[in-house]
Design a protein around this ligand. Structure first.
Ligand code: PLP
Length: 391
């Protein structure tokens, strides 16, 4: 199998699995237990909080464990909205956010909040000018993703953060795709809340965190026990948190090496596909882009068919976003960047991981060239264009 869908999820790193294993077995204590056995688990959780804090230049007390990206996004938006509802009811986001943000905004709209969905440029970035214009006296929160999960475009974080700070508005970022792929300094970027999810960086599924800057007003998300400073009740997912911590340590250790390797493969893929396959277009920003993302549209074919043919050869890629590939409609992100429908329908997302190799990239391009041509045999328009070109 050739797995090229790392933006959807990643394999748990073997070192992560080794670290987690004892916490399913002999280290099963509840961290709230009033005995040493429980205290050990509690100490381990604190260590993970410190490791994560270090990775984004935050404090350990500002890290809250959650069940992943979706919960972190829900909590950030709903928690801030509830806490600041007397101050204002206006929220700003972008039209290319993940559904974990968009659906939560919809939920808040149904409860009396007003949401501005900023449009994006062709590159997928928001315009700072439009953001400035959208700010109102009652704006309480700006939530803009760090990097897009479909097209890999990185948003102008520093400028957004500065603008939010100048206007005394909280700034949340969904960094699920960017965390441990990009350098993140929450202080420098003026980020007040940040979401991340372990399964995107070789940690286990069902665990993540929300960074909440000290002093940010936010309502608790789950009610019950006193875990997570009474803000997110429930017995901690100890093995998951331990795995998350190990995945963060490995991600920080291998950061530069992985980036170089993944970037080399990305450049190879983009240049080879564009050189060897006519009528295709790379989507998203070329300069402000995640190193692991290649989003590309092919004219004269349906991405669904290409994905099936690739799958028959054991190659996993995704159409648009993995989270919405059950939705046959055109991705809201591709619509957001104004991609014509014909191109949007022929779009695939290739997302790379550190364990991929250059040999795999060469093999993938070879197979892609053949399969794209095979599918285009069914397009009369393509055939007649080819005939014109050959005469
Ligand atoms: N936000 C973004 C940008 C994502 O890409 C995803 C998942 O793909 C999520 C949120 C949801 O994260 P999780 O799967 O951990 O709930």
């Amino acid at each position: 199998m050739l797995y090229l869908d790392h933006a959807a999820t990643t394999a748990v790193h073997p070192e992560v699995l080794d670290e987690m294993r004892p916490y399913f077995g002999e280290m099963y204590a509840n961290p709230s237990g009033a005995y040493e056995f429980g205290a050990d688990a509690k100490a381990m959780i604190h260590c993970v909080r410190q490791t994560i804090a270090q990775s984004i230049h935050a404090e350990a007390e500002e890290i809250y464990f959650t069940s992943g990206g979706t919960e972190s996004d829900n909590w950030a938006l709903i928690g801030v909205a509830e806490a600041l509802r007397n101050k204002g009811k206006h929220i700003i986001t972008s039209c290319v956010e993940h559904h974990a943000i968009l659906k939560t905004c919809e939920y808040l709209e149904n409860r009396g909040f007003l949401v501005t969905y900023l449009p994006v440029e062709k590159s997928g970035e928001i315009s700072i000018q439009k953001l400035k214009q959208a700010i109102r006296p009652d704006t309480i929160l700006i939530s803009i993703m760090f990097a897009n999960n479909e097209i890999g475009t990185i948003m102008p974080m520093e400028q957004i953060g500065r603008l939010a700070e100048q206007n005394h508005i909280l700034f949340h970022t969904d960094a699920v795709q960017a965390y441990l792929h990009e350098t993140i300094d929450v202080k420098k970027l003026h980020i007040d809340l940040l979401s991340a999810s372990a399964h995107k960086f070789q940690g286990p599924k069902g665990v993540g965190f929300l960074y909440i800057r000290e002093g940010v007003a936010i309502a608790p998300f789950q009610h019950g026990g006193s875990q997570e400073k009474k803000k997110r009740a429930g017995t901690e997912n100890v093995p998951g948190i331990v795995g998350l911590g190990k995945a963060v340590s490995i991600g920080m250790r291998d950061f530069e090496k992985n980036r170089r390797h993944v970037s080399e493969m990305q450049k190879y893929l983009m240049s080879q596909i564009e050189r060897r396959i006519p009528f295709c277009k790379v989507n998203g920003s070329i300069t402000n882009r995640l190193e692991n993302n290649v989003n590309i549209s092919f004219r004269f074919l349906e991405a669904e068919s290409l994905i099936i043919l690739l799958d028959m050869e054991g190659i996993c890629v995704s159409a648009g976003s993995a989270c919405s590939s059950s939705n046959p409609g055109i991705s809201h992100v591709l619509q957001g960047i104004g991609l014509p429908e014909e191109l949007a329908r022929g779009t695939i997302r290739i997302s790379l991981g550190a364990e991929n190799t250059m040999e795999e990239m060469e093999f993938f391009v070879q197979r892609l060239v053949v399969l794209v041509e095979q599918l285009r045999e069914f397009s009369d328009e393509y055939q007649s264009l080819r005939d014109i070109q050959s005469t």
